[in-house]
Design a protein around this ligand. Structure first.
Ligand SMILES: Cc1cc2nc3c(=O)[nH]c(=O)nc-3n(C[C@H](O)[C@H](O)[C@H](O)COP(=O)(O)OP(=O)(O)OC[C@H]3O[C@@H](n4cnc5c(N)ncnc54)[C@H](O)[C@@H]3O)c2cc1C
Length: 466
């Protein structure tokens, strides 16, 4: 099929406005990459819909002319998710950023996909509510649902998939569907919420999300506990979980990462393997949890526990943790961040973290290890020189060794960042025959393979090159 960019621009402008469609080089460059080290490729056109109907019209044009579509939230993903592998039309959802409904009594909120998590939390605070999922970047809720994001609070509140009650989705042919409802439970039909959350834009575009929110806890206490070794810290977490303490956050930050934290956030925390902890609850229950936790960490050779009871100290602590990736980037000018992301059964975690540290040391690469350890999820943060092939090869080897270690022990190649292009090569090993089922679902919903092609699954197809 031959068609020019200009013809597609005109077709798009006939259903949107002129300002909503652009071929501007700078805008295309901003949509040609995410925050990962994967190679940039440019979309041919970028569009900015303002309604579900706009998105449906864009999809119909894409299908008619066989042009790939790449949904785009904030571009903060870490595995090349938004890179237009074959060019095409990038749909930027930033203008669809309205909070449509807050149903405080139902603990539900309905938002457009371009709303960011901090934007939502600012509004929810007035209702005494908060949204729990907090990836390091201030990502959009559409992007977070599409990657099944999680963060520091997932150990208590769950991941993105646990928060989604309903999605409005525009399918490849422009059809608009709802995947769920507003009820707290349902035994009706197949679980489409579960299917679409984490689908990385390859099955449809989310245009509305109904999400669970929570009451702001009556009391919150945060703490920092430092240990002589990563092993002691991880084993303390396992004991805390085994004791049934309903911890709200528990993050591991290793020694090199603590150095970056202090340097970037101007804190003077101990530069030892550290757990950042948070407890939510009422005053009496919380006091018991805190006391029990103190005993457990002491059993695991904890050298120092510092509590942050006031808001300012707590915010400083979590801001320092959230800014960690940026601290590494800031501390290594000219280098690019590579983040590994595996998740294992919690009983395997201490050995897996040790294996990762030994691998990092054997490859002689400066790197930090951090993790949402309550979930069995950890990352190696590695800064590499993209122009040094030897360094890139070592980074790839590190990633591969860590992934294979996790897969061999019943884990997954990605706990939260997703597959994109970076983790595609592990899909067969992780899923076996189930990968064929995924391909069948993709072909049924997107027979022309137009939606974010070559992410998660590698499917050969002919698309129109503009
Ligand atoms: C410093 C830093 C720290 C991070 N920490 C974490 C972390 O702790 N936990 C975590 O889970 N992630 C983390 N991430 C990764 C990232 O923030 C998440 O992957 C995020 O969920 C992506 O959201 P986004 O809005 O940036 O989406 P994008 O990057 O724009 O898109 C991500 C994917 O979603 C698809 N998509 C976007 N919008 C839609 C839509 N409306 N409909 C359908 N598909 C859509 C895209 O096609 C793409 O496949 C971190 C990233 C950075 C840079």
């Amino acid at each position: 099929m031959t068609v020019s960019t200009q013809e597609i621009v005109q077709a798009l402008q006939s259903v949107l406005t002129e300002e909503q469609v652009t071929v501007n080089e700078t805008v295309r460059e901003l949509h040609g990459k995410d925050e990962s080290y994967h190679t940039m490729k440019l979309p041919d056109i970028v569009v900015f819909p303002t309604s579900t109907e706009d998105v449906s019209q864009i999809m119909k044009i894409s299908t008619k002319h066989q042009i790939p579509i790449i949904p785009f939230g904030l571009g903060s993903s870490l595995e090349g998710h938004v890179i237009p592998e074959n060019g095409g039309i990038t749909i930027d959802f930033s203008l669809m950023n309205n909070i449509l409904d807050v149903r405080a009594e139902d603990f539900l909120v309905t938002v457009q996909p371009g709303v960011t998590r901090s934007q939502l939390n600012k509004v929810l605070k007035k209702h005494g509510l908060f949204f729990s999922v907090d990836p390091g970047a201030d990502a959009t809720l559409g992007g977070m649902a599409a990657t099944n994001a999680s963060g520091t609070t997932s150990v208590k509140y769950g991941v993105m998939r646990d928060q989604v009650r309903d999605l409005e989705v525009v399918l490849a042919d422009g059809t608009i569907i709802h995947t769920g409802n507003k009820a707290a439970k349902s035994a009706s039909g197949l679980h489409l919420n579960g299917l679409f959350v984490g689908s990385e834009g390859i099955l449809g575009c989310f245009t509305e999300l109904t999400l669970r929110v929570y009451g702001i806890p009556e009391y919150t206490t945060a703490a920092r506990a430092s240990f002589p070794s990563v092993n002691d810290a991880v084993e303390a977490v396992v004991s805390i979980l085994q004791a049934g303490i309903p911890i709200a956050r528990v993050e591991l930050v290793d020694e090199p990462s603590m150095k970056q934290v202090n340097h970037f956030s101007e804190t003077n925390y101990q530069e030892k393997p550290t757990l950042f902890l948070e407890f939510h609850g009422n005053e009496a229950g919380l006091q018991q949890d805190v006391e029990f936790t103190k005993e457990i960490v002491a059993d695991h050779h904890c050298e120092e526990v510092e509590f942050e009871t006031d808001n300012a100290g707590r915010n400083r602590l979590w801001e320092a943790r959230h800014n960690l990736a940026y601290a590494f980037i800031h501390g290594n000018p000219g280098k690019k961040l590579m983040v590994t992301d595996v998740c294992l059964p919690i009983s395997e975690l201490a050995d897996a973290v040790n294996h990762a540290r030994e691998t990092v040391n054997s490859l002689n690469m400066p790197a930090g290890i951090v993790g949402h350890v309550g979930d069995g999820n950890f990352h190696v943060l590695l800064m590499m020189d993209m122009n040094d092939p030897a360094e890139r090869a070592k980074a790839d080897e590190l990633n591969e060794r860590i992934v294979l270690y996790a897969l061999e022990r019943g884990g997954t190649c990605t706990g939260e960042h997703g597959v994109g292009v970076g983790k595609q090569k592990y899909q067969q090993q992780e899923h076996g025959a189930a990968l064929d089922v995924m391909e069948k679902i993709k072909r049924a919903l997107d027979p022309d393979n137009l939606l974010n092609p070559n992410k998660i699954l590698q499917i050969n197809s002919e698309v129109t090159k503009l």
